[in-house]
Design a protein around this ligand. Structure first.
Ligand SMILES: [Zn+2]
Ligand SMILES: [Zn+2]
Length: 140
């Protein structure tokens, strides 16, 4: 567990999410990891909690800008916590890093996706910027 204790209930309330026991458990699980998680990973940690309940909690977090979805090309959608002030606008998007050894995906919050000038009539709705390589944990 994290040494500097962040209160999960407060995090939920700050995003106008009602702290239910399931939501708290899902949030605690996400807080305990440094990498993005698949639904399956969360389900494995929260043994005994139904997948649909976890999925509903995640979808609620997503709607309230607490969690963002990542498509890293691995075939499984992953979820990671957003930063405090994130509103999940295009300006909030950051680069993700996929490690080919441990197959984990990390948020590189400090690296923003550069804004790009699109050809006329093209409207951007979302963007996915994934860098692949070897993560810090595997590179030792
Ligand atoms: Zn790795
Ligand atoms: Zn991210």
């Amino acid at each position: 567990m994290n040494s500097q204790k962040i209160e999960p209930a407060k995090i939920l309330l700050a995003k106008n999410i009602k702290p239910t026991p399931i939501r708290l458990k899902v949030l605690e699980t996400l807080l305990s990891q440094t990498h993005a998680m698949r639904l399956y990973d969360i389900e494995n940690i929260l043994d005994g909690v139904e997948r649909t309940s976890i999925f509903r909690a995640i979808k609620n977090f997503e709607k309230n800008n607490l969690v963002h979805e990542i498509d890293d090309g691995s075939g499984a959608t992953k979820f990671a916590l957003c930063e405090d002030r994130c509103e999940c606008n295009l300006e909030d998007l950051h680069v993700h890093f996929f490690c080919k050894i441990c197959e984990q995906t990390f948020c590189l919050q400090q690296l923003q996706i550069p804004s790009m000038e699109l050809p006329p009539e093209f409207v951007v709705e979302s963007a996915n910027f994934v860098i692949k390589g070897i993560c810090a944990n595997c590179n030792t």
